[in-house]
Ligand binder design. Structure first.
Ligand SMILES: C[S@@+](CC[C@H](N)C(=O)[O-])C[C@H]1O[C@@H](n2cnc3c(N)ncnc32)[C@H](O)[C@@H]1O
Length: 433
């Protein structure tokens, strides 16, 4: 890469690091940083650097604090961002600290005091000589080898056991999450779509999990394709598709409720699998429902969209044969595609989330007709948001019968982490609790 584009890459990586620190959202930070479209090579380099830093954020900070002997909060946000980017380059791209410091000097020229530059060089030289601690136990191994904070590593160990947790961490670090697309049955077939994309040099293979889904063999900005604009496909993880397919695989759908629907990706698939059925899609957030409307419009689909709180749905009891509850959750299942979520987990109060999920399920279950099916799904790994929520419904609603529970995860299924439970409404005395 030329000197100019390397400087540009560092400049954009610093912008991403600044935004990431403020928002905790890597994808949003990339969008903001690339709104001023840099050279494609610089963009690719900055993206790679940002992913590397996002996954190792807490480790980079620990090293920077150790070598400086002070908290990073003592530095300005711009200096913190520059040091994080510089340290990532020195540690994982094996760049020479002097080369990186010089390039950072060009990026920061005019934006900060020139006295900062010798300090950056001094810190990066120390980072280059940092002696990595030898991990003595699982949690230290998780932190220094796999870049996972202790609380998260412990939860993964509780869930998968020690070797399963290490497998999970190694997998999400080394494997790239695939882009998966859903062929819109109303407009094409997976075969025809796969063929069209192949003709454009975009090879795909069928998803082993759901029949309408294709996995891209290479990275491609498929949203820019005319086939996307024409509504031939949607980008969607195959675990999400499996949730919809599982809900509809039994029973004749007469009326479907998608209770936490926005931005409408699963609503679209419900419509494709049950084209003629009444379909109600609700969500608390009107702004997100507008996105659902746009998404459904692109695909040529329709549904009744309503702003509603699923803990107090304004809908008649026993009026749906099928209900999809894709509940609000911690999103811990998306750690693969969102590496920053290891370190930024704002709003992940499992106790509150679990209570909301239980309240939603309990309020929606009476809307199901006898013999109807409800699918409870979350993109969470944690039991508090999955099995424990299902169990609470079973304990308080005697007519609720658990038909199946499934867990999907990156290292076992190659998908986002997902939990699916199918619950049927049988006959019997219903508790009014
Ligand atoms: C996991 S997302 C749903 C994703 C969507 N099903 C899709 O596939 O595109 C969860 C949604 O639940 C909504 N939500 C949160 N609390 C809710 C509530 N009490 N009632 C209804 N929707 C709620 C959020 O606004 C969010 O859009």
């Amino acid at each position: 890469m030329s000197g100019v584009s390397y400087t540009q890459a560092l400049d954009r990586a610093i912008a991403i690091a600044l935004h990431l620190e403020a928002t905790g959202d890597l994808h949003q930070s990339l969008d903001v940083a690339f709104s001023r479209s840099p050279h494609p090579q610089a963009r690719a380099a900055a993206t790679g650097l940002a992913y590397t830093l996002a996954a190792r954020w807490g480790v980079v900070d620990r090293i920077l604090e150790e070598v400086q002997g002070e908290k990073l909060s003592a530095s300005t946000s711009l200096l913190r961002a520059a040091l994080r980017v510089g340290a990532t380059e020195v540690l994982w791209s094996r760049k020479h600290p002097v080369e990186v410091s010089k390039a950072l000097g060009k990026v920061l020229k005019g934006k900060t005091s020139p006295r900062i530059l010798p300090r950056i060089r001094w810190v990066l030289k120390k980072v280059a000589n940092f002696s990595w601690p030898r991990p003595r136990n699982f949690l230290e191994h998780a932190f220094w080898t796999y870049f996972f904070p202790a609380d998260l590593a412990q939860k993964l160990k509780d869930l998968y056991g020690e070797s399963g947790a290490l497998h999970f961490m190694a997998f999400v670090n080394h494997e790239k999450p695939p882009t998966t697309i859903r062929a819109n049955r109303a407009r094409t077939t997976p075969d025809k779509l796969g063929q069209k994309l192949a003709e454009k040099g975009i090879p795909t293979r069928p998803s082993p999990l759901v029949e309408d889904f294709l996995i891209l063999e290479t990275t491609h900005p498929v949203m820019r394709l005319e086939e996307f604009q024409q509504g031939l496909f949607t980008i969607q993880d195959s675990a999400s598709g499996l949730a919809v397919a599982r809900l509809l695989e039994k029973g004749q759908p007469q009326a479907i409720l998608d209770a936490c629907a926005a931005p409408g990706r699963k609503t679209g698939y419900l419509r494709e699998l049950a084209p003629k059925t009444t379909l109600v899609a609700g969500d608390t957030k009107a702004s997100r429902l507008l996105k659902a409307k746009k998404e459904l419009g692109r695909l040529g689909h329709q549904a009744h969209l309503i702003v509603m709180d699923a803990t107090a749905p304004p809908l008649k009891r026993e009026s749906f044969t099928h209900i999809l509850v894709d509940a609000p959750c911690s999103g811990s299942g998306t750690l693969w595609s969102h590496p920053e979520r290891r370190w930024f987990r704002k709003g992940e109060d499992l106790e509150t989330l679990s209570q909301t999920q239980k309240a939603i399920l309990s309020a929606l279950f009476p809307l199901l007709k006898h013999g109807g099916r409800l699918l409870y799904a979350t993109c969470s790994l944690w039991r508090e948001e999955s099995e424990e929520v299902t169990q609470a419904l079973l304990e308080t609603h005697p007519q609720a019968r658990l038909l199946s529970q499934e867990r999907l995860a990156p290292h076992t299924h190659g998908t986002t982490g997902f939990y699916l439970a199918i619950i049927e409404r049988g006959r019997g005395t219903e508790s009014r609790k």
